[in-house]
Design a protein. Structure first.
Lengths: 184, 539
């Protein structure tokens, strides 16, 4: 756990560096706003990013409990999945963490407090995080199209049904209720 | 060993282009724009330049003298609406509005900042209508009108829901919604509109409602709900249609007639009116409370609004009660009186049950069903069993138009608190006059716009998530038909586990009706609290 301990020495700075790089993926006016306003409701995107990232860092430097990490990744990706990003940009924020860690561990490696194999192991965790983000992203986009399809289906189906223009095959339960025999 | 890349080589380029706003152009990506108005719908409404076109085309087939048309239109609007001239001149670009827009908060696109959206129009105004702009051009924030500007207007004026949250924070009170309204009015002069607006407006003009439901089908649908109610509590309701001499004409958005969950709200109206014995009628001609003319142009707005009053006059009713709708009330409260009012042939609404006179509607003669119901409850005229909504843990979304458009904050909450036992408001900076928009209003509630709708609805959903996590809220109530339709997918994406209801659906659940049998389910067929086993056996 040498690397994790080494990075944990300045955990807030690590979170902030990652947060700042993510903000850099937004236009300058927007990144200023995302950073400035700390209110959970007037700045939901900034708040969600900052809270989730700090939670992910805690897990990355701690037990890496996947059940705790996934909802945090979900919060970030759910937002980026519907913003003006390509799929790679939407999930690529995870790899920004590699950039930060590599910069930081240079000193640790030089001082022999961190071994290169620990860096590789930590990067594997980041890779796993990226795959989680990819799963969430795909789920969000599927959901988006499912919502579209449902909206179109409901629009026409309910109308036809209400206007008595279609005959529905009764549910099995309803037949029982009415004491009807099954068709066969 | 393979070469390990340096940190900087590892991550692809994230840099955002640093250009001035005048030099960035919108990219028409799927999900961020709505399909254009079909020629046949423009023809029905008598709108100019009907044609088939797409925003993805290079050539938008604008009329050859389109520039002249826009300048003439701007001149006309500036002369007609003094407010517009003030809004164009007075903005000091302080930025108070910039982070108040739900689309900006959700998308992060700077041109969704209200100040910048207004600047799209203001820059053209400066160039051609102010001396400073004529002489100094860009330095004075002025720019030439060209086709790219029209495309940008289309993109961003149809990414504004006219919710007016930004206006609340403007120290000068600039009404950004009216800037968008004028922007769309100007675009309409060139035949640039979206089909989700002109389609419903054309249908409403021809058939009386947005979907073009014909009179017999409209009647069939209401009767379908009569059967549904009878199945829930055994009470048979007999609504009347186009009945001359009724005291009240009831008009609701057609969304309540055909789209779940609004349909359950409509069942609530039917039950309430039956129980108090209100002498009212439905109209199969004025069968739409919504008015998509508001999102088209002034002329269409006026035409569609006039239809409701023409029908009220034809039927000889005393006044109109309107259902749970958002923008209908913006039109009635703010524009009806100067467009088609005063409605002198009607009487000032007076509740036949309580005797309350609704002086607030002295001129328009139209009251909101929620104020009517709140008055009934206040006077003890309804027998209510709020425990029938105990399976619901409720919060309330103030619709932009009823809250910021007419100051309607307490009546809905009063009704909700009388018909259900579990109610939690969202945090103060997300409700009442500061309410966040659903993200799909002003005719943007179409499926092809889903991605942008999820961006616009993000701040609202975020606040709902808070009460969902904290109080286990599972029901979002609202008094707007568009809200009822669009908050459902919004919740599905952002806060699964929260459903959407109209306030009168909960009234319908709670109202104890004369001669009713024991209820085991709510209006949706879900078992009431403590009745889970009974309703299973019932099946």
């Amino acid at each position: 756990m040498g690397l994790e301990q080494f990075l944990a020495e300045d955990k807030p700075a690590l979170s902030k560096a990652w947060f700042d790089l993510i903000l850099g993926t937004y236009p300058p006016e927007t990144s200023a706003l995302l950073q400035k306003d700390k209110n959970q409701f007037s700045n939901p995107v900034g708040y969600t990013l900052s809270e989730s990232i700090s939670g992910i860092i805690d897990e990355m430097l701690g037990d890496f409990d996947r059940e705790k990490v996934l909802p945090l990744v979900d919060k970030v990706v759910r937002v980026r999945a519907i913003q003006d990003f390509s799929p790679a940009q939407a999930v690529g924020f995870v790899f920004l963490l590699k950039k930060i860690v590599r910069n930081r561990v240079e000193v640790g490696i030089r001082e022999k407090r961190v071994s290169p194999s620990e860096v590789l192991a930590f990067e594997s965790k980041i890779d796993e995080l990226a795959l989680m983000a990819f799963n969430v992203y795909a789920g969000c986009r599927e959901k988006l199209y499912e919502l579209r399809v449902n909206e179109v289906k409901n629009r026409t189906f309910r109308l036809l049904q209400r206007a008595s223009l279609i005959a529905e095959i009764p549910e099995h339960d309803t037949q029982l209720k009415n004491g009807q025999d099954s068709i066969t | 060993m393979a070469k390990v890349p340096k940190p900087n080589e590892l991550v692809f380029d994230y840099n955002v282009p640093q250009k001035w706003w005048m030099d960035t152009k919108p990219e028409f990506k799927p999900g961020t724009w709505c399909y254009p108005g079909k020629a046949k719908n423009l023809e029905v409404l008598g709108l100019p330049n009907p044609r088939e076109w797409s925003p993805l085309d290079e050539d938008w087939k604008l009329p050859s003298n389109w520039k002249e048309i826009i300048f003439e239109g701007m001149r006309d609007c500036l002369n007609k609406y003094r407010s517009l001239r003030v809004f164009m001149d007075i903005c000091v670009r302080c930025g108070a509005c910039s982070d108040k827009c739900h689309f900006y908060i959700g998308s992060g696109d700077p041109k969704n900042m209200p100040v910048l959206r207004a600047e799209l129009l203001r820059s053209v105004y400066r160039k051609d209508f102010t001396l400073a702009g004529k002489i100094m051009g860009r330095i004075a924030g002025a720019r030439e009108l060209n086709e790219e500007v029209i495309k940008e207007w289309f993109y961003y004026f149809f990414q504004c829901t006219e919710c007016r949250r930004c206006s609340l924070f403007c120290p000068y009170g600039i009404d950004q919604a009216e800037i968008t309204i004028i922007g769309r009015e100007l675009l309409n002069l060139l035949g640039v509109n979206i089909d989700w607006v002109v389609g419903p407006a054309a249908n409403c003009y021809l058939n009386g409602n947005h979907l073009g439901i014909q009179p017999h089908a409209f009647k069939d649908m209401i009767e379908f709900f009569v059967e549904e109610i009878e199945a829930v509590n055994g009470v048979r309701i007999e609504p009347t249609f186009n009945r001359k001499g009724a005291e009240v004409l009831f008009i609701t958005p057609s969304g309540d007639v055909f789209a779940d969950p609004g349909t359950y709200t409509l069942m609530g109206y039917l039950m309430l009116f039956h129980e108090i014995g209100l002498d009212y009628t439905w109209s199969t001609y004025a069968s739409e409370g919504g008015n998509f003319g508001l999102f088209t142009n002034n002329d269409t707005l006026k035409k569609l609004n006039a239809k409701m009053y023409a029908e009220a006059e034809r039927l000889g009713v005393k006044y109109i009660i309107g259902g749970e709708c958002g923008h209908m009330w913006r039109v009635i409260q703010q524009y009806m009186d100067t467009m088609n009012g005063p409605a002198d042939f009607l009487e000032v609404p007076k509740s036949p049950i309580t005797g309350t006179v609704f002086d607030n509607a002295k001129s328009t003669k139209m009251i909101h069903i929620v104020e009517f119901t709140a008055d009934l409850i206040r006077n003890g005229k309804l027998k209510l069993d709020p425990s029938r909504n105990d399976h619901l843990r409720v919060t309330y979304h103030d619709s932009c138009n009823t809250s910021r458009g007419m100051g309607f904050f307490d009546e809905p909450r009063y009704v909700i608190e009388n018909v259900c036992n579990n109610f939690w408001d969202m945090p103060p900076n997300c409700i009442r006059e500061q309410t966040f928009c659903c993200g799909s209003g002003s005719g943007l509630n179409t499926d092809e716009f889903m991605e942008m709708r999820m961006r616009g609805g993000l701040p609202r959903a975020n606040a709902v998530k808070y009460v969902h996590d904290k109080h286990d809220v599972n029901m979002l109530s609202t008094i707007c038909a568009i809200d009822r339709a669009v908050l459902t997918p919004l919740m599905n994406y952002w806060v699964p586990g929260v459903d959407v209801t109209g306030v009168h659906e909960m009234v319908g659940n709670a109202i104890v009706m004369e001669g009713e049998g024991e209820r085991t389910t709510d209006l949706r067929g879900n078992p009431l609290e403590g009745m889970e086993d009974l309703s299973d056996e019932d099946l």
